[in-house]
Design a protein around this ligand. Structure first.
Ligand code: ZN
Ligand code: ZN
Ligand code: ZN
Length: 153
């Protein structure tokens, strides 16, 4: 039997992770809670370094819904380099002193919306873009009118 230094409950040795030929001073549920809290804070730290703890699209602030998104869509390549995503990515970034990568904070909804749609449905549903007609989706030309441009020559 052993007393966990965190929850102060006396538990069977099996309730502790082994460390060398002894046991950790925290019981399994406690060490699990602690590492979860550490992971959570690294994640929030990561968000704060890459634009703030809120979705750039819908402004949701709940960290559980948020993740880092690669602005250049090179996420797959980067995940390969890092060897994973999520906690692994946040730790990787932290270990490198938050490198200047093109990352932004996006919630899972907006992320999936973008993957399926090419653009998050939040952006598509802005009133001036709703045409109800797929032929109406031509990009609007915001530059100078080409016929005007030629008349200036
Ligand atoms: Zn405990
Ligand atoms: Zn969002
Ligand atoms: Zn969105």
């Amino acid at each position: 039997m052993k007393v966990c230094v965190r929850c102060k409950i006396e538990k069977d040795d099996l309730e502790f992770h082994p460390r060398g030929n002894k046991f950790q001073s925290y019981c399994k549920p406690c060490s699990c809670e602690v590492s979860r809290a550490e992971n959570k804070s690294t994640k929030i730290e990561a968000f704060e370094h890459y634009g703030g703890c809120r979705c750039v699209c819908c402004s949701i602030i709940e960290p559980t819904f948020l993740a880092l998104d690669h602005e250049d869509n090179d996420g797959a390549k980067h995940r390969k380099e890092v060897g994973g995503s999520g906690t692994r990515l946040y730790r990787w970034l932290k270990a490198r002193g938050w490198p200047d990568l093109r990352l932004r904070v996006l919630c899972h909804n907006c992320n999936i919306g973008r993957q399926i749609n090419g653009i998050c449905p939040h952006q598509v549903l802005l009133p001036d873009r709703v045409t109800g007609n797929s032929l109406g989706s031509e990009p609007r030309n915001l530059g100078p009118n080409p016929s005007q441009a030629t008349s200036l020559v």
